[in-house]
Design a binder for this molecule. Structure first.
Ligand code: ATP
Length: 223
């Protein structure tokens, strides 16, 4: 059996804002895969969606506030340094060059993101740079494009622990605790003047309040 390697899990997203669905998944993943670290990578300019409601620095600050003091979770702001669309393939290329060929790198995406994978820039190249792990998400059935299903099938690993034993090229689908929380629902609640308490960490709620983010009109947000 191949030996376990140093394993970095990479969890990218718009995080507009980061919420407990992201955070609980991050912790469960790191524990389940016994990875040394999980990097949260906020996208600067997400290619497949409109401009985020909070700017990149605000979203980065919310991620930092959310994970402060959580062992094994790290914020990685590298996409903010590239003033162009934030393609995952560029991020993983950079990480591979930085971490070396031996490190196990696993890119994580929820089922909604996986269903759109065929639209990502050079999506097949992601598998040369990292393993790909899909987490099932409540409210988003797995419905990938046929070409993605076909491409992933021969790369599917026998178990999650295999992800830490190879540097790249593996594919696995995992079901974790499923919290039906989404950033768009949180933004809608704020717009309607409803509470977001217990959907995001208190530190994140405070920043949203401080910057008056996501509001239809600049009025107060109930706590
Ligand atoms: P939006 O509602 O604005 O689309 P979102 O809540 O899906 O946002 P993103 O920042 O777009 O959040 O998601 C980043 C990554 O986290 C994606 O791979 C997404 O599938 C995953 N994700 C989002 N919410 C959850 C959740 N509740 N549980 C598990 N994974 C999630």
């Amino acid at each position: 059996m191949t030996a376990a390697r140093h394993h970095t899990i990479v969890f990218g997203g718009t995080f507009d804002p980061i919420h407990h669905g992201h955070l609980r998944s991050a912790i469960e993943l790191r524990e389940a895969l016994a990875a040394e670290e999980l990097r949260l990578v906020p996208s600067h300019r997400p290619p497949l969606r409109g401009a985020p409601g909070a700017d990149s620095k605000q979203r980065l600050a919310m991620v930092e506030a959310a994970i402060a003091g959580t062992p094994g979770l790290v914020v990685d702001g590298r996409e903010l340094l590239r003033d162009r669309p934030s393609y995952t393939v560029d991020t993983l290329r950079q990480m591979r060059a930085e971490f070396g060929e031996d490190r196990a790198l696993t890119w994580v995406m929820g089922s909604d993101a996986y269903n759109q994978l065929h639209r990502w820039q050079q999506w097949q190249s992601l598998f040369e740079l990292a393993n790909v792990l899909v987490i099932e998400r409540a409210d988003f059935a797995l419905q990938p494009a046929a070409e993605v299903t076909e491409f992933c099938a021969p790369r599917r690993l026998a178990g999650a622990s295999e992800l830490g034993r190879q540097a790249a090229g593996g594919f696995y689908c995992m079901s974790l605790i499923q919290l039906p929380i989404s950033a768009s629902d949180i933004r809608d609640r704020i717009r309607c003047g409803r509470s977001i308490r217990y959907l995001v960490p208190d530190g994140v709620a405070e920043l949203i309040h401080h910057w008056a983010l996501y509001q239809a009109q600049p009025t107060g947000i109930p706590s």
